[in-house]
Design a binder for this molecule. Structure first.
Ligand SMILES: CC(C)(COP(=O)(O)OP(=O)(O)OC[C@H]1O[C@@H](n2cnc3c(N)ncnc32)[C@H](O)[C@@H]1OP(=O)(O)O)[C@@H](O)C(=O)NCCC(=O)NCCS
Length: 168
């Protein structure tokens, strides 16, 4: 898995010594409440280590600050799970969640823009993002990224989501 850089950010694979940060990030309800159909907060360092092992294998980056290496959040680019009964070719989703200390600086948009540019450079034709209908802050990130809003869908994650896409 490659590192990806932008003006202010370096995205790198998660490592075991990021476990304390991951626990701090995902033990917060305000961070996880819109993630997946059944969000749960993380509560132990062992859970963080197990999650890091999965992230290393799954195309999920840790967003850090260029310069001091400060850890900021999580950025993923991976095949999206379809709801039960849905069929079709793999579609690739992009997703983000940042530590509250890192909100309000444009880091999520900057990290996602860098990952999208890299993916389009490598020939990926289409990237989608899904958000909970009430997650207006994340929908604003999608709009800042120039993604097109396609409306509501139940096609993914067995739940109702707002769907955004960007094509090459
Ligand atoms: C979704 C989430 C990543 C958005 O974070 P964010 O910091 O608001 O998003 P951006 O990186 O696009 O930053 C934009 C904000 O930074 C501000 N900003 C400050 N300096 C900036 C700069 N140099 N460049 C761009 N924006 C800047 C913008 O004005 C904007 O603030 P505003 O909304 O108050 O106007 C964050 O709220 C989060 O982690 N939420 C919990 C998890 C979650 O819901 N994830 C999404 C699931 S679908």
């Amino acid at each position: 898995m490659r590192t990806i850089t932008s003006d202010r950010l370096l995205l790198r694979p998660w490592q075991d010594d990021d476990a304390d940060f991951l626990l701090d990030l995902e033990s917060r309800w305000e961070v996880v409440r819109f993630l997946g159909p059944h969000p749960v907060t993380m509560s132990t360092r062992d859970q963080a280590l197990a999650s890091i092992a999965r992230r290393k294998a799954a195309g999920i980056w840790l967003i850090t600050a260029v310069g001091d290496g400060r850890r900021l959040g999580n950025l993923l680019l991976k095949p999206i799970p379809l709801s039960a009964g849905e069929a079709g070719p793999d579609e690739v989703e992009i997703g983000w969640h940042l530590h509250p200390d890192a909100w309000g600086h444009g880091y999520a948009t900057e990290a996602a823009a860098a990952v999208m540019a890299d993916a389009f450079d490598r020939g990926l034709p289409r990237i989608i993002a899904v958000t909970m209908p009430e997650n207006h802050v994340s929908q604003a990130v999608c709009r800042r990224l120039g993604m097109t809003h396609l409306g509501r869908t139940t096609r993914y994650y067995d739940t109702t989501k707002e769907l955004f896409e960007k094509t090459l």
